[in-house]
Design a protein around this ligand. Structure first.
Ligand code: FE
Length: 235
């Protein structure tokens, strides 16, 4: 199962790499004198130029920009979502609040509110398995999961998850019995989903902190299950 998962991820990564290579080749065609130069991408250069101008004109504080980058690169991440899930597993009243008004429940824990979008938690049960995708681009619950993984943004994942969710899950290493209904949730700029995975059996005596360690990013996207032990979990 791990092999097929790796193959899917490799395909997504290779597709992204091929696009980048094409772009590079295209650039070299136009400017043969710079064929050995590893220049930043057009987008990177444009962002740098824009930032320099804005700083020079005093419209933005470079430290404020660094803080924004630091937030998305280091502070936000699946560890936040995992704590929310662990709380829901440990506290039935919190779980009800999370399902009824996800934003308010997440805010109650001191998280959320990064992009102004609405969050909705969808609960996995023995009968229903939820998986999230953004068919249009890469909308993702950043405030609780951080930046989306590369494969989430890949055309393969975005297009195939809605056509054949069961097949995609299988390739990612998650086999679901036929009797389980698979529900696909298409995220948008205004509405982001997070999966509330099933609590693994045999975890009744674990603390909230120990439970959080069992909740991987992939489980909250819905392409994996929460693991019954930390060793079996995915980073
Ligand atoms: Fe999107």
């Amino acid at each position: 199962m791990k092999t097929t998962r790796r193959r899917f991820l490799q395909t997504a990564a290779t597709a992204a790499g091929a696009a980048a290579t094409q772009e590079l080749a295209h650039g070299q065609e136009q400017d043969p004198d710079h064929e050995h130069q590893a220049a930043p991408s057009d987008m990177t250069l444009r962002v740098k130029a824009l930032e320099s101008l804005l700083v020079e004109k005093g419209f933005v504080d470079p430290q404020a920009l660094d803080a924004v980058v630091d937030t998305y690169e280091n502070r936000l991440g699946p560890h936040i979502g995992a704590r929310v899930i662990a709380r829901a597993w440990s506290d039935p009243a919190f779980k009800q609040r999370l399902l009824a008004d996800t934003d308010a429940a997440i805010e109650e824990m001191g998280f959320g509110g990064q992009q102004g979008q609405r969050m909705v938690a969808v609960e996995n049960t023995p009968q229903v398995h939820n998986v999230i995708v953004c068919t249009l681009c890469s909308c993702y619950p950043w405030s609780v999961l951080g930046l989306p993984p590369m494969w989430y943004k890949s055309t393969a994942y975005r297009s195939r998850t809605v056509i054949d969710p069961r097949g995609v899950l299988q390739e990612l290493g998650l086999e679901l019995p036929e009797r389980v209904e698979v529900r696909v949730w298409d995220s948008t700029a205004d509405l982001r989903y997070i999966v509330l995975p099933e609590r693994p059996p045999g975890t009744e005596n674990l603390s909230e902190e120990e439970l959080a360690a069992l909740v991987s990013r992939d489980a909250m996207i819905g392409v994996a299950k929460a693991q019954p032990s930390r060793e079996g979990g995915q980073a």
